[in-house]
Design a protein around this ligand. Structure first.
Ligand code: BG6
Length: 528
């Protein structure tokens, strides 16, 4: 260990206010992206997301040397914790969730900048005053230079109370040479109107460019790779259009139920939970035109164009009974164990009509994609956990083989395997070895694990770092959020007027209506 390990963290911070952390792993020294000294104020630090994802990611960033030695974390919550109790809690979260090894010197440095501020409620004005004092104390003692990020990992219902008081307490008042940012977690509203209201609220405390909306799918390496695959290669892009593509299937399947999240999930359902954000972002990245650069403005502009071109009509006719499906898992068995049905989950009302499975057929009304259906589906308690984008190509117009020889041949498909088993598969027809001409589909695979030695960072590591750096490309703009609700609002309204979702068996691929949705177009879902 370097001798600096034993120095108090505050001294190290002063010795290296902007520079490289002397404790960091030399492998990361080549990475120039080190966040400014700052205070991260986390609302909702006692919640599941913070414990499982955000706090381990913060430790991993520190351990990779990507946080300034001055970095400080203020937890805000309805507990009467001391700073020491917060440290214990963060330590537990980091030890069980971080992917990098536990290094006491890194931890000591990080822990020295942790403070807890007790809020009796988010309307507790005195607590905001105490928060201001703590942040000022950190600026003075740890060299955080007035830079502040407010991470709001709280239900959107609390946004008005919190943003109003943050503003009133002077916490976001501009100070020369320093920055103020707000990081917000989905759900970005409940529909288009409430998303706009939410945006107005946040817009009252910081400038639009200082709002970072987290859609953690955009932090995943495999999602970022969609643009690399499309625009850094020559082979695919000429085929990536309605002349060659038959249809696209975007799947986000989970094998778990809702667990203890009924309070959140039952008011939301599958479409709002993941289609409004993750799946429509995947669609946008898969279908957008080439941006002029990888700048946030350029990438967002192309995503917005494609989202604005999405239509729910099938061949010009709007009939959501034919182009959407939804379901709710019944009780049954999964992985050999009995599991509860959605209605029996703790916290779900007997009269709930929330869907745990949603499928939607969309089209994109532009020259590249006219007439190509995009099928989106997401669900809980499905057969297995898999997220993928499958681009299914048209069959060749003519096959100069005997019909029997090509009986085993399907459509060429490029599968972007988002998770797990991250990689890309191409399905192609090939001759079966032997004395006859017989063809069958084979796979060509690229796997991250086999091609790169480095483990991919967790999505939240990348996103927290980018927010602290003020780098916007991986955060959806409010206009994208707005356009996504434009697509989804009519579907959700239609469902609200259509009775309860259809049941499906745990461990299956969803309700019969989802199969029928594709069957109407003469297609089937992959894997079903
Ligand atoms: C979240 C949803 O956004 O994504 C959850 O709210 C879902 O319902 C989760 O389980 C899945 O994330 P991941 O990264 O495991 O695919």
């Amino acid at each position: 260990m370097p001798t600096t390990d034993s120095a108090p963290a505050g001294q190290q911070a002063n010795a290296h206010p902007q520079g490289v952390n002397p404790l960091l792993d030399p492998r990361d020294l080549r990475l120039p992206r080190i966040a400014d000294p700052c205070v991260l104020v986390m609302f909702g630090i006692t919640g599941d997301l913070a414990r499982h994802k955000l706090l381990p990611a913060i430790y991993d960033l520190a351990s990779r040397g990507l946080l300034s030695p001055s970095f400080s974390l203020v937890g805000v919550g309805r507990r009467d914790w001391s700073d020491e109790e917060l440290r214990d809690y963060v330590e537990q979260a980091a030890r069980s969730g971080a992917r990098t090894p536990w290094r006491p010197a890194i931890w000591d440095q990080l822990a020295a900048g942790m403070r807890f501020v007790e809020f009796s409620s988010f309307e507790d004005d005195d607590a905001y005053a105490a928060l201001s004092r703590v942040v000022a104390e950190l600026d003075a003692t740890r060299g955080t230079a007035g830079n502040r990020a407010f991470y709001l990992s709280i239900p959107p219902g609390w946004f008005p109370a919190v943003t109003e008081r943050i503003a009133r307490s002077g916490l976001v008042d501009e100070a020369a040479g320093s920055w103020r940012r707000v990081v917000i977690e989905k759900p970005f509203g409940h529909d288009r109107a409430s998303a706009r209201e939410l945006d107005d609220l946040v817009g009252r405390i910081v400038r639009p460019d200082d709002v970072f909306r987290v859609d953690h799918y955009l932090g995943k390496e495999t999602v970022q790779n969609i643009l690399a695959l499309r625009f850094a290669n020559t082979m695919l892009e000429p085929l990536w259009n309605q002349r060659y593509v038959d249809h696209v299937q975007i799947t986000m399947a989970e094998d778990i139920g809702i667990g203890t999240r009924a309070g959140y999930y039952d008011t939301i359902g599958s479409a709002r939970d993941v289609i409004q954000n993750h799946l429509l972002q995947l669609l946008a990245l898969t279908a957008m035109e080439e941006p002029t650069s990888m700048d946030a403005a350029a990438v967002r502009a192309e995503k917005e164009k494609v989202l604005a071109s999405v239509v729910l009509e099938r061949d010009g006719v709007l009939d959501l009974d034919l182009t959407t499906a939804r379901g709710r898992y019944d009780s049954g068995f999964q992985g050999g164990l009995p599991v509860r049905g959605y209605l029996e989950e703790e916290g779900v009302g007997a009269d709930s009509r929330t869907e745990t499975y949603a499928a939607i057929r969309l089209e994109i009304a532009n020259r590249r994609w006219a007439g190509v259906p995009f099928y989106l589906r997401a669900g809980k308690r499905l057969s297995r956990r898999v997220t993928e984008v499958a681009v299914v190509f048209k069959r060749p117009p003519f096959l100069p083989f005997e019909a029997a020889a090509t009986a085993g041949v399907g459509a060429n498909t490029v599968v972007l395997r988002i998770q797990p088993d991250e990689g890309i598969t191409m399905r192609l027809a090939s001759k079966v070895p032997g004395t006859q001409m017989e063809l069958r589909d084979v796979s060509m695979d690229f796997g991250y694990g086999a091609s790169f030695n480095e483990e991919s960072p967790e999505a939240y590591e990348r996103l927290i770092l980018d927010a602290l750096l003020g780098d916007a490309p991986l955060f959806p703009h409010q206009r994208e959020v707005d356009l996504s609700w434009r697509i989804l609002d009519p579907v959700i309204e239609h469902w609200a007027a259509s009775g309860a979702p259809q049941g499906y068996r745990p461990g299956s691929w969803g309700p019969a209506s989802a199969r029928e949705l594709l069957a109407r177009d003469g297609r089937i879902w992959r894997r079903s």
